[in-house]
Design a protein around this ligand. Sequence first.
Ligand code: LLP
Length: 431
Amino acid sequence: MICNNLSINEKGHLVFAGMDTMELAQKYGTPLYLLDEAKIREKCRIYKRAMAREFGASALPLYAGKALCIKDIYRIMREEEMGIDVVSSGEVFTAHAAGFPMGNAYFHGNNKTDRDVAYAMECGVGYFVCDNEEELFAIEREANARGITQKILLRLTPGIDPHTHKAISTGRVDSKFGAAIETGQAMALTRVALSQAHIDLRGFHCHIGSQIFETEPFTDAADIMLRFVASAKAELGYTARELNLGGGMGVRYLEEHPTIDYAENIAIIAQKMREACASLGIDMPAIRMEPGRSIVADAGLTLYTVGTLKTIPGFRHYVSIDGGMPDNPRYALYQSPYSVVAASRMNDKRDTVCTVAGRCCESGDLIQEGVPLPKPCRGDILAVLTTGAYNYAMASNYNRLPRPAMLMLADGRERLILRRETFEDLIRNEL
Ligand code: LLP
């Protein structure tokens, strides 16, 4: 199967993180999100060890909470001594509420309001990844008012197109994020940042996109960023101490996707960077990376119950489930691939090619097309695999569907970490 935390037991049921998914579906109902704590920890350790080995003790991976932002994740990140990337006051609040040491938080976003800036400083956020000049002045003003010096990185766009889905490719010159190196705006912003009395410019950040399988886009981006570090030293006499390369390493959603060796990728990127530093005559800055998807995606899985099978002769078989785009909008938004299996009948012949449809009043509400399944029956349990990233994080209440519950699985036991929303929750904010 696509990940080593999946197997099949003697009853022909799907086993995830050592637990029978059918038993969990029966006990907690569906739709149901499952998380595998050991897998999350394993991924954190892969990044931590590989970065320490390749870049030295000053390196730190930051978990990008936009992939999955809940308190229990920050407990794990704290215990694993990861840093974090937060992208809104809501994420700052969640991490802070979970007791995460906020000095290791990097605050992102292309439009931080004055309130965001003040709130993040209030919570002791260590670093702001500053996107633009107006934000720079807002940070300077707030830091001045508080009598502190705020550490920042500047977000730069190295102009790399990682050949990924356009909507999630954020590092090109034409981008709402950051200041472009190519246009000279990055150097101009660096100059202004250096002249602010209450700002400590620690270095630079870039993020080139998401779900990237190759290493070349990362080595290309790192090369451009290191050249920029060298130019800033030559032109401004400024030595960057930190370089943050963003997130974006891909994960395996389908059998045909490659298995990514993250440690090996980090070694390849580091080797190229050492060569670049030597030829540019600069020291290697302290390196940050911001994996989101590759930390949590395959640590997650979603269970659904089949309602109906509708066969349209000459066209296709629609299998309808009790969730859909509100709990996983990624096929509707990006046509993202997913592996879907019949968790209750893993050994049955997969003889029916199905379109897995959600229950929303919208024909685009599909989870996946072209899925071979044993001919589905009402009551079957389907598992959509690799849903740990950007599923619950992007979930909505469209059609007033309450969001699912989430279980954390560890050491053969489950723990409810997110209760299922109730109908009362749906009207809670209505006056
Ligand atoms: N750092 C920054 C500044 C980012 O913008 C992102 C993702 C990450 C790190 C983490 O990237 P990852 O390692 O997860 O690829 N909703 C889309 C993904 C959007 C990603 C946005 N930024 C999806 O469902 O595919």
